[in-house]
Design a protein around this ligand. Structure first.
Ligand code: NAD
Length: 477
């Protein structure tokens, strides 16, 4: 199949390279010309295991190419994927300006294309309910020449359909998730220039194209669910909000564990043994982050508000998460005897804190909404210096901390032990494999202080105590 992809971020790049790997001819376009040039050299601008190999192999085989010309990607394509960003607007609603621009560009390209057979426009971005209709309206507007004020132009009957096909990949295992998806949700949206509404052959054609596109990944099991576009759009938000709620739930229980002298690690393991509950997404810590959960929970709440209702459970999950992100810094202030002090009084002046892990989760260099950054910002505002280290996210974190206005108080290290050297306390924010079994004897010699703050409960409190550390975890006695 010929496939066009708009947007070469996490979603577009993985989908583009993945579909090319099945033998399709894929053209990926982005408005970021520098990114496109790097990709054409085989340089993948994000850290994602397996992705550089997938991109390079398919570039070399000539099945995958990158450019900035939307018309080239859309002209002959049977399917066009919209994979652009949907960042949160100030109100919490999803900002759809990138989706609108992509839809306009697709409409213009379709209008100019001589090809007369059906094109399926697949929305993979996470978007509010009703966006398939919105994309349809924009593309029809372009085909009819209205958007250009070109009222005299003959409307184009170029047939197309809009499908909502939300992406569920996880950063850090995105390639694996793409190749072995748990489910593929296809929400059938409005069509244009196909058969009449009483004749379902048009919809059948759309289903057949989507089945064909996903055939390589759903061969052994039918994990393909067809539904309407609105249900597909809501399914994505509801899934992310549910997972975020599980994290906030266990964080709430963790805090109760501290009060009552229970160990949340045992509580969560006991809970997870129940197959109705399961063990996933029940890890207490310093809160969820990343480019999806915070923005998608906010967007879902604002969708509900726009329809005159609240979502109290999800709103509570957000509040708990905001509190959880402050927890480790509060424990550290308590350790130094300045709990509750006004940050403006700079209670951590003269202290250096080593922070291990900056990415919002392991195996990615994405620091969007990473709890580590919020914690570092707070520590610096309280007067501390920070020695930061991450296996791959030093560069992205440095840029983000400069944006937050605290960059000059943070030094970055490649070596985790160097970061710890001379520090008054050590804080673990991301549970990278590399940090799981450090040499605590060496650390004890390198650190100037004794406080160790384990934001992901990956270390054994008894082992740390034996090494003379004061251990602080989440929800552990
Ligand atoms: P991203 O910000 O990493 O990438 C988006 C890309 O789209 C950028 O490179 C940008 O330059 C490009 N772009 C913007 N407007 C464009 C246009 N008109 N034409 C062509 N390119 C354009 O975003 P992402 O993380 O890949 O996420 C994309 C969407 O998928 C979002 O809606 C997100 O919520 C959703 N999603 C993300 C993930 C994830 O883990 N990152 C997982 C599932 C779903």
């Amino acid at each position: 199949m010929k496939v066009g992809v708009l947007g070469t971020g996490y979603v577009g790049l993985v989908a583009g390279a993945g579909f090319a790997d099945f033998g399709n001819e894929v053209i990926c376009v982005d408005i970021d010309a520098e990114r496109v040039a790097a990709l054409n050299r085989g340089e993948v601008p994000i850290h994602e295991p397996g992705l550089p190999e997938l991109v390079r192999e398919n570039l070399a085989a000539g099945r995958l190419s990158f450019g900035t010309d939307v018309a080239a990607a859309v002209r002959d394509a049977e399917v066009v994927l919209i994979c652009v960003g949907t960042p949160p607007a100030e109100s919490g609603q999803a900002d759809l300006s990138q989706v609108d621009a992509a839809a306009r560009a697709i409409g213009q390209a379709l209008r100019q294309s001589p090809r007369q057979s059906l094109t399926v426009i697949i929305n993979k971005s996470t978007v509010p309910v009703g966006t398939a209709e919105r994309v349809h309206r924009i593309v029809v507007g372009e085909l009819e020449g209205k958007a250009n004020g070109d009222m005299a132009a003959a409307p184009s009957a170029r047939p197309f359909a809009v499908v909502s096909n939300p992406e569920f990949l996880k950063e850090g295992s995105a390639v694996e998730d793409f190749l072995r998806p748990m489910r593929v949700i296809v929400g059938l949206g409005p069509t244009h220039g196909l058969d009449g509404p009483e004749d379902h052959s048009g919809t059948e054609k759309v289903r057949a194209i989507m089945r064909h596109l996903y055939h390589p990944v759903v061969r052994t099991n039918d994990r393909l669910l067809f539904c309407d576009a609105r249900s597909a759009e809501l399914c994505k938000y509801a899934s992310n909000a549910y997972l975020a709620t599980r994290i906030s739930f266990i964080n709430d229980i963790a805090n109760l564990c501290e009060r009552v002298g229970a160990d949340v690690e045992l509580v969560r393991r006991g809970m997870g043994m129940d197959t109705r509950i399961g063990p996933s997404f029940l890890f207490p810590g310093i809160g969820y982050g990343g480019s999806c959960f915070p923005k998608d929970t906010r967007a879902l709440v604002s969708i509900a508000q726009a329809h005159g209702m609240g979502l109290p459970l999800i709103e509570a999950a957000e509040r708990i998460n905001a509190r959880q992100r402050r927890l480790l810094a509060d424990k550290l202030l308590g350790h130094f005897g300045v709990e509750g002090a006004d940050p403006d009084a700079r209670p951590l002046t003269g202290r250096t804190i080593a922070v291990w892990g900056l990415a919002f989760k392991p195996e990615t260099d994405d620091v969007r909404e990473a709890p580590a950054l919020a914690i570092i910002e707070h520590l610096v505002r309280c007067g501390a210096r920070v020695h930061a280290t991450d296996p791959v996210a030093n560069r992205t974190a440095a840029a983000a901390l400069v944006q937050l206005g605290v960059g000059e108080r943070v030094s970055f290290f490649h070596d985790a032990y160097e970061a710890a050297t001379g520090a008054d306390a050590l804080m673990l924010c991301t549970e990278w494999r590399q940090f799981r079994q450090p040499n605590f004897t060496r650390l004890q010699q390198l650190l100037a202080g004794t406080g160790v703050f384990d934001g992901r409960n990956i270390w054994d409190p008894d082992e740390l105590r034996k090494h003379g550390f004061r251990y602080y975890g989440i929800g552990r006695p």
